[in-house]
Design a protein around this ligand. Sequence first.
Ligand code: AMP
Length: 298
Amino acid sequence: MPIPSTEAPELLATPSELRSWSARCHAAGLSVGMVPTMGALHAGHRALIERAVADNDRVVVTIFVSPAQFGPREDFARYPRTLDADLSLLGDVGVHAAFVPSVEAMYPPGLVTRLDISGPLGERLEGASRPGHFNGVALVVTKLLVAGLPDRAYFGQKDAQQCAVVRRLARDLDTGVEIVVCPTVRDTDGLAISSRNLYLSPEERMRALAIPSGLAEAMAQFDAGERHSSALATTVRSCLENKGLDVDYVAVVKADTFSEVETAAPTNQIVLAARIGNTRLIDVVRLGVDTAPVGRGV
Ligand code: AMP
């Protein structure tokens, strides 16, 4: 097992600095893991980073709130930015480098190159609710992979459609990077940890628990033999609506293509997005794979 660094991470500010750092690691025969994030680091990020530190000789965490993946009416401006606390967490966990570029360093004036994630994977569910979102994700992730040339890159199952997009693009573009997907980290009450949970009032935070309990109820139904996706989705939707959440979508999908299935099977995923006040949350469970986020009837 690699020995974690005890020093503060080396700060890298431009793609060329990232490339030279990675080239130095590889020249010394060291493997490189990369964990892309938007900062405001929490226990979910920490789990990804710890896995990367365990798997690789050197780890770089990227912290960049990429405007390309936010729609014009989304929360780019108010997205939490906590760089000092983030860097101190990276030091604690033994990360070797932090890539913290400016918007100008990542998107130089005159940039015209776009990536297009087509078909259901890019255009349905999150893709339909957030037009252009996955094209923005694809562009920034590709730029990070091309600059950092990691052996492995780490992503969270919580953003399931993003994981599927990244896996696909890593393969389509022959990056040679192994994409590692890590399980969703939840608070003890079952709510998936997210930087956007900071937006919730205490009362909204309580109502948000309809998300893990709705998913748990549908999982119990599946375990009891229910295979109609529409029945499973209705269970989740009713649970959310009973607590006054504004449901964007609930669907049962194939993990790799995100096409919706009529008959649910093990490894299919129940995915959802819902609004509580001004905050939009997403969640996912893998049928027959995950344990329920909370006990039944919670
Ligand atoms: P973000 O900073 O929100 O872009 O997230 C950076 C990475 O952390 C993404 O791959 C997310 O899927 C992952 N992540 C965020 N929240 C969690 C969580 N609760 N559990 C596991 N991974 C997470």
